[in-house]
Design a protein around this ligand. Structure first.
Ligand code: BGC
Length: 858
């Protein structure tokens, strides 16, 4: 069954457990009625203890099964770029798609839907019922640590791309979990920060994507955020969870806590939280049953939460008394993960500059260039394909730019030099390591183990086959390391507890590493400790071993083993490296420099402090550009970086975190097999200090969103400051003429509740005037002729559409503009208010490149 993004009564997924309402009598209505009765039947079979248990994780990723009621264990796993499954390690690989910023840069909800379908396929393959994605918090500040993991600074773009993603995941019969509800837009003190946000900003910006997705794609789950909003923590936020999400918008799915976010049994349950994760130690389970018995919580409330969990189980096929919401025979056709990853990547790359010597475009390079291409940059060899933290997955292959270009170019047409390496701290041992784990009990007897694809052990509840938590005493990583470079290699450890590290027979460390303060996930993602250097010879393998005594603190909320063997290649003189790369570039036909952030810059758990590229990468770009006027810079970062050299180079291509097929997609775009299809989903500042909103550090526990509705381009326009590149900007390989714009008042409804009806339908006629087939993203902005006292932004995105055309071909783009585009949230009335008046409708290539406009009265 293929559902449109805004479900009509006939095609939508079930809207609730009652079976009444507009879906009655239809296929979906019949399913809803059957599910509702199966839910009630199962509920009757559960006693209080079982119900309370069902609302709490039994381990890190699952809820308990209740075989007597036909209920299987519901399994959850992180996205958004892939489905890791219940093992947090590389031994169970997953397709790794480009970062959410990349998906948003495609401006294509249908492509997002395809990505979602692929992820549902992955989830089914791994036995996962609930995907913990998408992340739809906003790019409030470019410093936000999980900026790469959310879509955009604009709520409409976020909401529409998110709707496509959710629809795709749920097309595959897997639940999507829209997160983090709400205002989790930065990472500093994320467990304790109280975000102080005005109601208008909440409604018009931060709640909007959740509202749009709830209306259009009917998500089966939402995750509440760690932070507080205007007082209460989000897991306890009765007004926003019960009042707005369920009450106003009609969300009928499960609200699950963020991991370790639920802190109080009674307040969480009355505040609307259904499921507390992870387990086994949570504020639900036995503590909830006890609260009911003590009269502190009504059992009816527990029943409501259990009903929602049972409905979720019914939807995903984990309740055997009813068929799943998506008939297994109607699942979407299987997709090829590599193909989807490559397509999303090429469609997401944003060409922000293409002006070589004499202003002529330098890209695309010829597929068979006359001369050599000089490639440089550490990320060209070791691509950074995804951001750090819970979004991490482990693909079965990574095509680095060096691999991708080598495969695509004739032999001898590519040279590579390192140039600059931004990694000055130890990384998880990977390149050149052949590792395995051995688990032992206290007496030293072997319990089990297996191959370990990287030096990271990250077992959350799931231990290697045959290993029982109670018996487990130590885990040893052993294996060989074959260096690719001669010199002093540094080795280290990450984690908490006792370690013994030996390399080539030398003991580098034996002792205890203590717990970092702050975020509990620091034990997995925190800073590594340098334990010493060993002189090694390229190509000569040495033995490595890291033994860790497993910690089992009595108050640990989960049974987890997490530690890592870390490594850093020998460092060479940075000036020499830069000079070498510039020399290689001088005689080349074109130079390509790949610059990147590192996982110490962009990751979950902390915010950024600077937008500067780490290490000597700026110097590398300048040196190469000085040596070769045809220098293309490829930026491999999930979110904005400063590019002080941007006017000195011929082309700048932003590739985000491009996913596992990074290099293949890059070769496609650089050599012209594909057009770079992306448009900026967020404004790129020239300098951090220009960004109108950047603060992410709370004061006295509070982060005040004092800018109100002015974030992103809304704020840039208000401030009158020029960014490096505006919202919506991106060049393709062809040219377009915008020939006509017709705006009609829409006669029909067409959009679901929550969007208001379609107010206007704009038809744009445009022509591909260039020499290549191309794709254009037609953007429609609304600008009030008179702000109307509501302090509205100068203009805002109100719709968009993508079209493709062959050279010379004329095509039509139809953009639907919802009623909501002309409304503001009135804080006094406590509702949306339409602002009558004149509006300029602008259509064009970016926020600052309108091609046609007209005035309407709305
Ligand atoms: C993150 C969530 C994630 C969860 C489970 C949390 O730290 O904030 O986005 O889904 O962990 O890994």
């Amino acid at each position: 069954m293929t559902r449109p993004l805004h479900p009509t009564p006939d095609s939508g997924p079930p809207s609730g457990s009652s079976g009444s309402g507009p879906t009655s009598g239809t296929e979906a209505g019949k399913w809803a009625a059957a599910a509702a009765s199966a839910v009630e039947q199962a509920l009757r079979l559960l006693d209080l203890d079982t119900k309370a248990r069902l609302l709490a994780g039994q381990d890190t990723w699952t809820l308990p099964a209740v075989p007597g009621a036909g209920l299987a264990s519901l399994v959850m796993s992180d996205g958004p770029v892939g489905v890791r499954g219940v093992r947090w390690s590389a031994d169970d690989p997953s397709v790794a798609l480009p970062s959410p910023t990349a998906l948003a840069a495609t401006w294509d909800p249908e492509l997002a839907r395809r990505a979602g379908r692929l992820l549902a396929q992955e989830a089914r393959r791994k036995g996962v019922h609930v995907l913990l994605a998408p992340t739809v918090n906003l790019h409030r500040s470019p410093l936000g640590g999980r900026h790469f993991e959310s879509y955009s600074e604009d709520p409409l773009l976020t909401g529409l791309v998110g709707s496509g993603y959710v629809a795709g995941v749920q097309d595959g019969g897997v639940a999507a979990t829209v997160k983090h509800f709400v205002a989790n837009d930065a990472e500093t003190d994320r467990f304790t920060v109280n975000n102080v946000v005005g109601e208008r900003a909440l409604r018009e910006l931060y709640l909007r994507p959740f509202e749009i997705i709830t209306a259009r794609a009917r998500p089966w789950a939402v995750m509440s955020a760690y932070n507080s909003v205007n007082g209460p923590t989000m897991t306890e936020h009765d007004r926003l969870q019960n009042g707005v999400l369920r009450g106003e918008w009609g969300f009928d799915g499960v609200i699950v806590s963020d991991w370790l976010a639920a802190r109080d049994t009674e307040r969480a349950l009355t505040g609307g939280l259904d499921v507390a994760m992870p387990g086994p130690r949570t504020v639900y389970g036995p503590a909830l049953a006890e609260a009911v018995r003590a009269g502190r919580v009504e059992e009816a409330r527990v029943d409501d939460a259990v009903r929602r969990v049972l409905l979720l189980a019914a939807r995903v096929g984990a309740l055997d008394t009813v068929a799943p919401a998506v008939d297994p025979d109607d699942l979407p056709a299987p997709l090829d993960g590599r193909e989807v990853a490559r397509e999303v990547a090429t469609r997401s790359f944003v060409l922000v500059r293409n002006s070589g010597p004499g202003g002529a475009p330098v890209l695309p390079l010829a597929p068979r260039p006359a001369g050599r291409i000089a490639l440089s940059g550490a990320a060209a060899r070791d691509a950074r394909v995804l951001g750090g933290g819970s979004a991490t997955v482990f693909p079965d292959r990574i095509v680095a730019p060096l691999d991708g270009l080598r495969d695509a170019l004739p032999q001898g047409a590519l040279s590579y030099s390192l140039g600059a390496d931004p990694n000055d701290r130890l990384l998880v041992a990977a390149q050149g390591f052949e590792l395995r784990t051995t688990c032992r009990d206290a007496a030293g007897s072997e319990l089990g183990g297996g191959p370990l694809p990287t030096g990271q052990v990250q077992w959350l509840s799931e231990l290697p086959d045959g290993v029982e938590w109670d018996a487990l005493h130590s885990v040893e990583i052993t294996g060989t390391f074959t260096p690719r470079e001669s010199g002093a290699h540094a080795f280290g450890t990450r984690g908490v507890g006792e370690f013994r590290l030996t390399v080539d027979g030398r003991e580098l460390f034996a002792g205890t590493q203590s717990a970092p303060e702050g975020d509990p996930f620091d034990v997995f993602f925190g800073a590594p400790e340098d334990r010493g250097q060993v002189e090694l010879t390229a190509g000569s393998p040495v033995e490595v071993a890291l033994r860790h005594t497993v910690r089992k603190p009595a108050d640990a909320p989960v049974q987890a083993v997490g530690f890592a063997l870390m490594h850093l290649d020998p460092r060479r003189d940075p000036d020499e490296l830069i000079a070498e790369a510039a020399e290689e570039a001088r005689s080349a036909q074109a130079a390509v420099v790949v610059v990147a952030t590192t996982d110490l810059v962009e990751s979950e758990g902390f915010d950024r402090t600077t937008l500067a590229l780490p290490g000597r990468q700026d110097d590398l770009v300048r040196a190469v550009a000085a040596a070769n006027p045809r220098t293309v810079v490829v930026v491999n970062s999930g979110s904005p970086v400063e590019m002080p050299w941007r006017e000195e180079v011929a082309a700048v291509l932003l590739t985000w975190f491009p996913g596992q097929e990074a290099g293949a997609a890059l070769a496609d775009v650089l050599l012209g097999a594909a057009e770079p299809g992306g448009r900026l989903p967020t404004t790129w500042p020239a300098r951090l200090t220009d960004a109108p909103v950047s603060r992410v550090v709370p004061e006295d526990g509070e982060l005040v969103y004092e800018e109100g509705v002015f974030i992103g381009y809304r704020a840039w326009q208000q401030a009158g400051t020029e960014p490096a590149y505006p919202f919506g900007h991106g060049l393709g390989y062809t040219e377009w003429s915008y020939d006509s714009l017709t705006v009609r008042r829409a006669a029909d409804g067409g959009l679901p509740q929550g969007e208001g009806e379609v107010r206007l339908r704009a038809t744009v006629v445009l022509r591909n005037t260039g020499a290549r087939p191309g794709r254009e993203t037609v953007q429609l902005y609304v600008a009030p002729l008179d702000p109307g006292g509501a302090e509205r932004p100068e203009r805002w995105l109100a719709g968009f559409a993508t079209v493709t055309a062959n050279p010379g071909e004329t095509v039509e783009a139809v953009v639907e503009v919802p009623h909501r585009a002309f409304e503001v949230w009135d804080e006094e009335l406590g509702r949306w208010r339409h602002l009558d008046g004149g509006y300029r409708i602008e259509v064009g290539r970016s926020l600052t490149d309108p091609r046609l406009s007209t005035t309407v009265t709305c």
